[in-house]
Design a protein around this ligand. Sequence first.
Ligand code: FAD
Length: 407
Amino acid sequence: MNAAPAGLAELAPASVPAQVDVAARARAIGAGIAARHAEAVDRDGRFPTEAFDALREQRLLGVMIPAEFGGGGASLFEVAAACHALARGCAATGMIYAMHQIQIACLVNHGTNGWHRDLKARIAAEQLLLGSATTEAETGGDIRNSVCAVKPDPGAEHDRFTLAKNASVISYGDQSDVILVTARRNPDAPSSDQVLVVVTKDDYRLEKTTRWDAMGMRGTCSDGYRLEAAGVIGQILPLPYADLSAQTMLPVTHILWSSTWLGIAADAVSRARAFVRSEAKRKPGTTPASALRLAEATAKLQQMKAVILAAIRQYELASGSPEQLVGLSFATAMSTLKVTSSELVREVVEAAIRTCGLAGYRNDTPYSLGRHLRDAHSAALMIGNDRIMSHISTQLLVQRDGSGAFE
Ligand SMILES: Cc1cc2nc3c(=O)[nH]c(=O)nc-3n(C[C@H](O)[C@H](O)[C@H](O)COP(=O)(O)OP(=O)(O)OC[C@H]3O[C@@H](n4cnc5c(N)ncnc54)[C@H](O)[C@@H]3O)c2cc1C
């Protein structure tokens, strides 16, 4: 019998044993409690409470907070492996975990003052869940422009602000303890002069404006809200959002989203492989015709894995160098990663459905792939691929050929 294909964690260099720990804990939750409740989470469009209780119990929410603040000090690779492992069992669980860790990465890399340091310690101690409010009703997926603005509060004794945002999507807003919000720096700033504001539950009020009843990723509970917040100026991350996005938010988002989609694809291939094996058992001595499609699905899965691993390596290599992180070559690599992996996840799932035939199309067999396909379709829309490609095409006009290794 063939071994199951390696997950991201199995491809870790041998010199980093701690990675196995984080990935192993996530794998146990993904294959266990998350997988058990995945159908109900999808059917009812509800938050995967059981999986997140388990993640908190295993202290996996604070795993990327540095050890000096009481966190796990995990690397991006480890967290990517965890997203992959969780999404194999329940895509919504994997995606919520990914979105949470993206916010953590922004806070860890760019939250330097006392307020941010205290919050990092609280996240690790209390296993707080972080959400994101970048999408705005007025600007849609154009998250590099904001209409809402940070407003200084002139009546306050200390440097305080207020902020109101028409946030058309905040995944798991009801369950979030902290939200990172994009906004213009001040009411006179142009739409692209943005900052990232960190607000905790005590600082904001959410009024629900829309309910998430979507084709897939139903458990992310990506409702719309009117967000009203107030806080001290020190809560705002000091780096302009344009730089913060280039250095951390964009690459980490695309790596962790892609790792989550890899988990969906890997589970689809597992189901297809199980189907082909059951066919082979029914007709011993022959290779089922469907094995050809399984080979196709597996090849695409390997391709997906390769582009994600390459991107993680590129991020690690560029990490120490802000010039490289904001360079066009790096930005293009990270943007194309998202486009490539979001297309591949759908192709893998479709090839798996072709492998299983009716058994994959039906909703009542061990090989059912309807949920995988619906979840996979969200990938190309999470910041529309056409929007990203249009941006890349403009950048390519000014990008020079690189001179470094593999450029
Ligand atoms: C599961 C899920 C969870 C999410 N969670 C959150 C969250 O927690 N917080 C948050 O802030 N947001 C969240 N989002 C929203 C997401 O980040 C995007 O903002 C959103 O998916 C974009 O929606 P849209 O298609 O309406 O936007 P638009 O960007 O307005 O796109 C509409 C269409 O126009 C096309 N288009 C736009 N610009 C161009 C262009 N220049 N060239 C060619 N075509 C173009 C797009 O490709 C798309 O087909 C989530 C989305 C999903 C699917």
